[in-house]
Ligand binder design. Structure first.
Ligand SMILES: *[C@@H]1O[C@H](CO)[C@@H](O)[C@H](O)[C@H]1NC(C)=O
Ligand SMILES: *[C@@H]1O[C@H](CO)[C@@H](O)[C@H](O)[C@H]1NC(C)=O
Ligand SMILES: *[C@@H]1O[C@H](CO)[C@@H](O)[C@H](O)[C@H]1NC(C)=O
Length: 403
């Protein structure tokens, strides 16, 4: 309808108000987190909770494995759910990452229902979350593609089936996330922390090669291109940086290089072998060459929970999380937390990522935090490391020397 020019302007005010309200509704209540950029908060930290191997099946009727005889009664998938809820409450992460074997397909009657139940605490928390696939996710009523396509429809997830820019890529659930600098800082428009998520497959499909799957050349090419693009952006104006922003990679099956350590050079425990693929597809070398990834986080081997550093990259397990998964009776289910902290600038603002720390929490009465360590820091002085561990980590498990 044409507006009547003779009307006094005051008559138009309600219309203006209505359109402002409509605009605000559109802006404030977006149906998904899809285009909402993740960024560091005003505390200069970004925290990631890793949940590995939930092995969720049918819920209340699915029993726990490898718990003490006294813990068998009344133990089910619901204990896994309770643990996710406790971790979210305790850590209030900025992102939750599920690194595969989210469901244990063999025992899940309906894959979609099982996935919905497994991710329910993350969905309800309103915290952005993502998932990649393990080797058991497709063993129920959905294929790997079907599982990933279902996951991306769930609320609050930033997971993607595959990157739109890669025309051909193996697997389902390869994507990356850029974590922006603090709003109002000179890093506002930069991705200061890069997260890569990859599908490490399930089992070899090459008849002459047995065992688990591996990260294929097509996925490595996508990683290389993405890493190079992010590096270019980060190292160009405005606020051009001298080195690429640190990256973290999450997937399910450990790389063969996880076997490079013993207790003299890792933090955590190794209580079983490294169940990587029987061939080395070279992804570790690809990451070393790209130069940005500082740490890799996997699951798959439930009773290994260590981090060890090789050629500048920390290789970390989360340790098993789910109760319907093999484990070790009396050895608590656990989860890994990673916090990236920004450099505080002299002027008072926030700069680039200064350090990346990690610890784990056990599903005991106190959610005991263990194995706090600095995974990477911009400064390499030992004094910084000691100071940092003691004054920034969950202090309950370390008694700090006075400095
Ligand atoms: C599982 O959950 C039940 C109900 O909350 C609880 O009583 C039991 O101790 C839990 N079991 C384990 C092993 O955490
Ligand atoms: C970020 O990008 C916006 C839009 O392009 C621009 O207006 C703003 O000045 C940029 N801020 C910084 C700190 O680079
Ligand atoms: C860890 O230490 C063992 C010897 O105890 C050595 O064989 C191995 O190469 C070391 N690994 C790394 C990555 O330094």
């Amino acid at each position: 309808m044409m507006m009547n020019k003779k009307r006094p302007p005051v008559v138009f005010l309600p219309c203006v108000r209505v359109s402002v309200v409509v605009f605000l509704v559109l802006v404030c209540f977006k149906p998904s987190l899809g285009d909402q950029k993740l960024r560091f908060g005003r505390d200069g930290e970004f925290k990631i909770l890793q949940v590995a191997d939930m092995h969720y099946a049918d819920g209340k009727t699915t029993p726990c494995e490898d718990v003490l005889p006294t813990q068998v009664a009344g133990c089910s998938d619901l204990n896994t759910t309770a643990f996710v809820n406790r971790m979210i409450l305790a850590e209030k992460p900025d992102l939750i990452v599920f690194t595969g074997d989210n469901i244990f397909g063999f025992d899940a009657t309906d894959a979609a229902k099982s996935l919905n139940a497994a991710f329910a605490p993350a969905i309800a928390s309103n915290i952005p979350w993502v998932a990649v696939l393990g080797n058991h996710d497709q063993e129920s009523t959905l294929s790997r593609e079907g599982v990933m396509k279902h996951i991306v429809t769930l609320k609050n997830t930033l997971s993607q089936v595959n990157p739109p820019e890669a025309h051909i890529i193996d697997g389902f659930g390869n994507y990356n996330l850029e974590i922006g600098g603090v709003e109002g800082s000179s890093f506002k428009n930069k991705s200061v922390l890069n997260l890569y998520f990859l599908d490490s497959g399930d089992y070899s499909t090459v008849p002459a090669i047995g065992g688990y799957g591996w990260i294929k050349p097509s996925q490595q090419l996508w990683f290389e291109r993405t890493s190079a693009k992010l590096r270019r952006e980060y190292m160009s104006k405005p606020a051009a940086q001298k080195a690429p922003a640190p990256g973290l990679a999450y997937f399910h099956i450990p790389l063969p290089e996880f076997a490079s350590f013993d207790s003299s050079n890792f933090t955590g425990v190794k209580q079983e072998g490294i169940s990587s693929a029987s061939v080395n597809s070279g992804f570790f070398t690809t990451m070393v060459a790209a130069g940005d990834v500082k740490a890799v986080f996997t699951g798959h081997d439930h009773v290994n929970d260590f981090c060890g550093q090789l050629t500048g990259i920390q290789l970390c397990y989360a340790g098993g999380f789910g109760y319907h998964a093999y484990g070790k009776a009396g050895w608590e289910r656990r989860a890994r937390v990673v916090v990236a902290s920004l450099e505080k600038l002299e002027k008072g603002g926030w700069g680039a990522v200064k350090s990346i720390k990690t610890w784990k929490r056990l599903d005991d009465a106190h959610l005991t935090a263990v194995d706090g360590q600095v995974l990477w820091s911009k400064s390499s002085s030992g004094r910084f490391l000691l100071y940092d561990i003691c004054h920034s980590l969950a202090q309950r498990f370390l008694s700090c020397p006075r400095n």
